[in-house]
Design a protein around this ligand. Structure first.
Ligand code: CTP
Ligand code: MG
Length: 227
């Protein structure tokens, strides 16, 4: 079955800080985003849309982005706006029933095996998402830092990307979605009444959010190369 990929890469990395957006920082000799793109392209999509910030010079100058399957769109203020822009570029190319994967540019350690496992769930009508069961003990904390409760971990999973959905259903769900609670595609699908399923992923598919995550990602990539 043919599929498409959208890679939101238009964020400015406020939590990470620094001058260069985190998706363009070097990781094991190559930019973070290049690792993600190479792994995604292994799944052989018809096309992969990278969604970048308006006037993004890092993307324009980036080496290794010359694969003919890579298209570029311009993103918006929130991640959901960027994903919408990427999907809009596929209008008239992707059929409503074609699967689309959405993957954050800042998850460079995703494995081709996990991408295959997710694509194998393409028949699920509500979409699918790579996720791992929550491992930490969860504390509810008030604004003064006082623990008010220990929450049960039972049935709690941490959602990763890629996330998968049929093109038509995803466009419709994102068109109706809004608000700060919609931080991933699955949340938009849920708000539209769908029930995405989880596909168990790997704990090393981390998102680079804070500076310490970059060294962690480097260690993960090195370990994956040795395995
Ligand atoms: N993203 C995007 N458009 C936005 C915001 C985020 O395409 N307006 C992308 C980021 O580039 C990243 C992914 O969405 O690949 C996940 O977002 P996150 O980790 O939150 O990155 P940033 O938004 O850049 O970081 P922060 O929230 O700390 O500012
Ligand atoms: Mg963000």
């Amino acid at each position: 079955m043919r599929h498409w990929i959208v890679v939101p890469a238009a964020g400015s990395g406020r939590r990470f800080g620094g001058g260069v957006p985190k998706q363009y920082l070097e990781l094991g000799g190559r930019p973070v985003i290049i690792h993600a793109l190479e792994r995604l392209l292994c799944s052989n999509p018809v096309a992969l849309v990278v969604v970048v910030a308006p006037g993004d010079e890092y993307w324009q100058r980036l080496a290794g982005r010359d694969d003919p399957r890579i298209l570029t769109a311009v993103g918006g203020a929130e991640r959901i706006d960027s994903v919408r822009a990427g999907l809009a570029l596929l209008a008239g190319r992707a059929a409503p029933e074609d699967p689309v994967l959405v993957h954050d540019a800042v998850r460079p350690c995703v494995t081709p095996d996990d991408i295959r496992a997710l694509l194998a769930a393409a028949d699920h009508p509500g979409g699918a998402v790579l996720a791992v069961p929550v491992a930490d003990t969860l504390k509810r904390v008030d604004t003064t830092g006082r623990v008010t409760a220990t929450e049960s971990r039972a049935g709690l999973w941490a959602a990763q990307t890629p996330q998968l959905c049929r093109y038509g259903a995803l466009v419709a769900a994102l068109a109706g979605a809004g608000g700060a609670a919609i931080t991933d595609e699955a949340a938009a699908l849920e708000a539209a009444g769908h029930h995405p399923r989880v596909v168990p992923g790997r704990r090393d598919n981390i998102k680079i959010t804070w500076p310490a995550d970059l060294a962690l990602a480097a260690a993960i990539l090195a370990a994956q190369e040795r395995a």
